[in-house]
Design a protein around this ligand. Structure first.
Ligand SMILES: [Zn+2]
Length: 182
């Protein structure tokens, strides 16, 4: 079951839409305009981010925006048109934390089908422990595993990514984690 706001009005003409099978043989219900018959296709969005590391610590950002205002997150956000997944992850890290870093391998790919999203997290090696957070972040700080505010994390994907990260860090072998979050 997908929990995402339904489209109410046509993006072309503003008339109300109805969720129904389009007349073109499509087998999924779409938001079809009652007036101009435009079909609105809705597809998953990619969320891209990093796990920036400094020694045995990772960088978390305290959110200055909704949703989850005041909760802690890894730097991440929606991928933009015209960029690769890796470029998006790097951009979000620069925007939200003002961090200096070298991007490393993809670490986690998480299907969040309930909200129609796929989250990608790359490892990143910080090259400075000085940060200049942007307007979306109240505070950017380094945390060792036993300092992580586990109950104050913004998203389940962030929590699971951090759990996998610290487990791998103990062995010194980082692998790609593919996770389905129901
Ligand atoms: Zn229309």
């Amino acid at each position: 079951m997908l929990h995402r706001p339904l489209i109410q009005h046509c993006k072309s003409c503003g008339s109300p839409v109805t969720y129904r099978l389009p007349d073109d043989g499509d087998t999924r219900e779409r938001a079809v305009c009652n007036d101009c018959h435009t079909i609105h296709y809705e597809n998953p969005l990619n969320v891209v981010g990093t796990i920036p590391a400094w020694g045995n610590k990772v960088l978390l950002c305290k959110r200055n925006i909704e949703p989850r205002f005041g909760k802690w997150t890894l730097p991440a956000g929606f991928m933009e048109l015209g960029e690769t997944v890796a470029e998006g992850a790097a951009r979000e890290t620069t925007e939200e934390a003002g961090a200096l870093f070298e991007l490393q391998e993809l670490f986690a790919m998480m299907n969040v089908t309930r909200v129609g999203q796929v989250h990608f997290f790359y490892r990143a090696q910080l090259t400075s422990d000085q940060f200049a957070p942007g307007h979306e972040t109240q505070e950017a700080r380094l945390f060792a595993e036993d300092e992580i505010p586990w109950d104050e994390l913004a998203f389940r994907t962030v929590k699971e990514t951090l759990q996998h990260y610290f487990a791998d860090a103990k062995t010194g072998r980082f692998e790609l984690h593919q996770v389905d979050i129901s």
